[in-house]
Ligand binder design. Structure first.
Ligand code: PEP
Ligand code: MG
Length: 446
């Protein structure tokens, strides 16, 4: 409020992250996912925040837009001053304030080598994601907005494993119309065809808020009225999105996926609503794909533990490890104070992954993973060995993950995951993975 009064007294226009005129590194206490989406891509060359974690949607968005960023630094806003020179090392999660000339020179050189390494990896784009003994896995991409499709193509993604459609709703004061949603889905479907595009229905709530839905503030938003719960509580909102998806389904290879499923009951309810919308289309003679695959995200432990009954209701699963880890380990995924406890390699997480993958295969359906875990080259051998059919990640990491896949055999990966499942701590499992990845491709940063 104070700043607003001063700005008005001085008669200055407010500079926003979208209207910057020169290149900057943004230092902020916190940034919301919609702040990140609206950043001026050429002018914001990096950002650093006090709050957040690697799996907060602000960090996920930075990775998607290929903006170097470090979040959860706790007091960077106190330590850095305007006009300071900063080095933002997104790969290692560190920021250096006013580096000396030698350090600056070293980092400039490192940045160049990083670009060369990236460039070399992109040459893998047209090669299959296949192990040395011929086992293939699908490498798909996660996107938030249609603009990201170009990064997917540049990095060799074989379709979209997760389209976070709620981003169309963020940072605005009104609901997007069915047509606006349809246009976005159609654009992505057409650009990626014949590859599949998994459209996740709205996953609002948690750290993705909307002002115009006027939802009551919640003490535990990640455990609250979120995602499919919100859609089942606001059926007109849900039906509008399903109408947009069905309408776009004739323009490419679309699939539907429900987020935050806790058990078979919710899937049945969502499928019932989808059927109603399909009936409406049939009555009106509007064309749509009648063989649309429908999937469930498995990201709540209760869904993992009842995956056999959920599998009867859907055509595929996609494991959302960002949430699965937070719910299994009781670690708020956006709280930087407990980020050290957020352990993707915790034996409990591995055992849930195994259970979901085996459950899906027993039921004869395919299973992918679309949490940030999928994009960590260190975890690739383990995920392959556990039997995943698809890994979906930020486009930028696809080439590196592909390099790992192309450097090992499925036999080695299976042996590794068998050993990992016998270990009792995340540290031991990490050491096992580092040992393997370090041996097969020393150039991957473990
Ligand atoms: C997940 O939870 O792993 C996931 C992919 O979805 P989101 O990060 O959008 O919650
Ligand atoms: Mg999730």
């Amino acid at each position: 409020m104070g700043r607003r009064v001063l700005r008005n007294l001085l008669g200055r226009e407010r500079e926003t992250l979208a209207t910057l005129e020169e290149e900057v590194i943004v230092v902020a206490h916190d940034l919301s996912p919609s702040d990140t989406v609206s950043m001026h891509r050429e002018k914001v060359i990096g950002f650093a925040t006090d709050m957040g974690t690697k799996t907060s949607h602000t960090a996920i968005m930075a990775r998607a837009l290929e903006i170097p960023a470090v979040v959860g630094l706790k007091n960077i806003t106190r330590e850095a001053q305007a006009l300071d020179t900063l080095i933002v090392n997104g790969s290692h999660g560190s920021v250096i304030i006013n580096p000396d000339r030698e350090t600056l020179k070293k980092y400039r050189k490192d940045r160049e080598s990083f670009k060369v390494f990236e460039h070399e990896l992109v040459r893998l784009r047209d090669l299959p994601a296949q192990t040395l003994d011929g086992h293939k896995v699908v490498l798909a991409a996660n996107i938030e907005i249609p603009d990201e499709v170009k990064y997917v193509k540049e990095h060799g993604g074989e379709g979209i494993g997760l389209y976070r459609t709620e981003f169309l709703h963020l940072g605005r004061s009104d609901l997007p119309s069915v047509d606006e949603q349809f246009e976005a889905y159609k654009e992505v479907a057409q650009k990626l065809a014949p590859h599949p595009v998994v459209i996740r229905t709205l996953d609002l709530g948690g750290d993705k808020f909307l002002s115009y839905l006027n939802l009551a503030p919640e003490m535990n938003p990640f455990l609250g009225l979120r995602a499919i719960r919100l859609c089942l509580a606001d059926i007109p909102l849900f039906k509008d999105q399903l109408r947009a998806i069905l309408k776009a389904s004739t323009y490419g290879n679309l699939k539907i996926m429900y987020p935050m499923i806790s058990g078979a009951e919710e899937v049945k309810e969502a499928n019932q609503i989808l059927e109603e919308v399909e009936e409406e289309f049939k009555k009106k003679g509007i064309p749509f794909n009648k063989d649309l695959e429908v999937g469930a995200m498995i990201e709540i432990p209760s869904a993992a533990l009842t995956c056999e009954s959920i599998a009867k209701e859907v055509d595929f699963f996609s494991i959302g490890t960002n949430d699965l880890i937070q719910y299994a380990l009781a670690i708020d995924r956006v709280n930087e104070n407990i980020a050290y406890l957020y352990q993707p390699l915790h034996p409990a997480v591995l055992s849930l992954l195994k259970r979901i993958i085996d459950g899906a295969h027993k039921a004869g359906i395919w299973v992918g993973i679309c949490g940030e875990m999928a994009g960590e080259p260190l975890f690739t051998p383990l995920l392959l060995g556990l039997g995943l059919d698809e890994l979906s990640m930020s486009p930028i990491v696809i080439p590196e993950v592909k390099k790992v896949i192309r450097s090992l055999t499925i036999k080695e990966a299976k042996e590794l995951s068998r050993k990992a499942l016998e270990l009792s701590t995340a540290q031991e499992i990490e050491a096992l993975l580092k040992d393997m990845v370090g041996k097969i491709i020393p150039e991957v940063d473990t």
